[in-house]
Write a protein that binds this ligand. Structure first.
Ligand code: TXA
Ligand code: MG
Length: 328
């Protein structure tokens, strides 16, 4: 049963989010499927509820620019954009800050993070009450259109999430504009990753001309795609990754699932009990740890035990396949 909450029940929605439950909430663009971004299991739950076959990096939502800029490294461009367009339908992709509280899974393991301060007053009140970054993709099942009413959310996700906070229909109705600011500020390399609620002309009026991410097919062909969740730009460890390992080579670190293969000097278990949600929550942290610790201890590669292809397993295997892909 998905609880239907009205604005007066905002404290209940906030309490559920703090407990790690999933709560859909209105923003001015579309309804978001919120989960505590500092809780990897909650973030894994978002992917499970949406039925996404892969881990797209998610946008983290904050009640203020100050709160957002605690988790990312904001440069001058970011501050000017925030001043002009926040709260509002603009998402900024920036490098994660040193003390970033957001779980790696929320950013699909990347060193960058997408942050946004929504304009909807109920959303901001909720985010302030939660007091933590809230990861929220659009609150629809994978492959369906984004919801702009609480009823749309229930149509797609009813029974799969704890609650929906009903704030009426969304004003903007299309998702936020996503702008990548991780390029070098000196070369002015801001790149539009997704057109959305804030027109690109308004951004260019402030920043000057910005780049456009190539359409997916062209980008795949030129290997220059910058928006992950699409194809190429994704986290990959420095050590080579070997999938489907049923035995362990000498000098291999082990990424285990279920009862681990014996004899690894450096091992990380995604889930001893074979739970896919736990495995998703521990995936990126595990790859990073194995890469660092394995390298430190002289390992030559990372062997990955098979992960079932069911449920979240499909997304886990998608990310593992990318991590194992030949580097260009
Ligand atoms: O309006 C919106 O943006 C809505 C509301 C709920 O805020 N959210 C939304 O989230 O549309 P989602 O997950 O459906 O779309 C997130 C977009 C994707 O295109 C994703 O690839 C991009 O943002 N994105 C997120 N993090 C990124 C990162 N670190 N680098 C590049 N692109 C990123
Ligand atoms: Mg979406």
């Amino acid at each position: 049963m998905t609880e239907q909450l009205g604005p007066a029940e905002l404290p209940r929605a906030a309490a559920l989010l703090r407990q790690g439950a999933l709560v859909a909430f209105p923003t001015e663009t579309v309804y978001g499927l919120g989960g505590d971004a500092t809780n990897a299991e909650a973030v894994a739950g978002i992917f499970a509820a949406k039925g996404r076959p892969h881990f797209n990096p998610l946008i983290c939502h904050y009640p203020s620019a100050e709160a957002a800029f605690a988790d990312v490294r904001a440069d001058d461009r970011a501050r000017r954009l925030a001043e002009r367009f926040w709260p509002g339908a603009l998402t900024l992709v920036l490098p994660r800050a040193a003390g970033c509280r957001v779980e790696l899974l929320a950013g699909a393991g990347l060193d960058t993070l997408a942050v946004r301060v929504p304009a909807n007053p109920l959303a901001r009140a909720l985010l302030a009450e939660v007091g933590r970054p809230v990861a929220a993709p659009s609150a629809n099942r994978s492959g369906q259109v984004s919801p702009t009413t609480a009823q749309h959310v229930l149509d797609g996700l009813g029974g799969r999430i704890a609650a929906v906070l009903d704030g009426g229909p969304c004003e903007v109705g299309v998702e936020s504009t996503v702008l990548d600011l991780t390029g070098n500020e000196a070369d002015g390399a801001a790149v539009l990753l997704r057109p959305g609620g804030v027109p690109v002309e308004a951004i260019e009026a402030l920043l000057g001309p910005i780049g456009r991410a190539l359409p997916v097919a062209a980008a795949a062909a030129t290997q220059s795609l910058r928006s992950p969740g699409l194809l190429l730009s994704h986290y990959a460890p420095g050590l080579p990754v070997r999938l489907g390992a049923t035995s362990l080579g000498r000098d291999e670190a082990l990424l285990a699932f279920g009862p681990p293969l014996k004899g690894a000097a450096v091992a990380w278990n995604l889930s001893e009990r074979g739970d896919l949600r736990e495995a998703a929550a521990r995936l990126f942290a595990g790859l990073r740890w194995l890469d660092a610790e394995g390298t430190r201890q002289g390992c030559r590669g990372i062997a990955v035990m098979p992960v079932p292809e069911t449920g979240l397993g499909a997304a886990i295997n998608d990310r593992l396949a990318r991590a194992a892909a030949p580097r260009g």
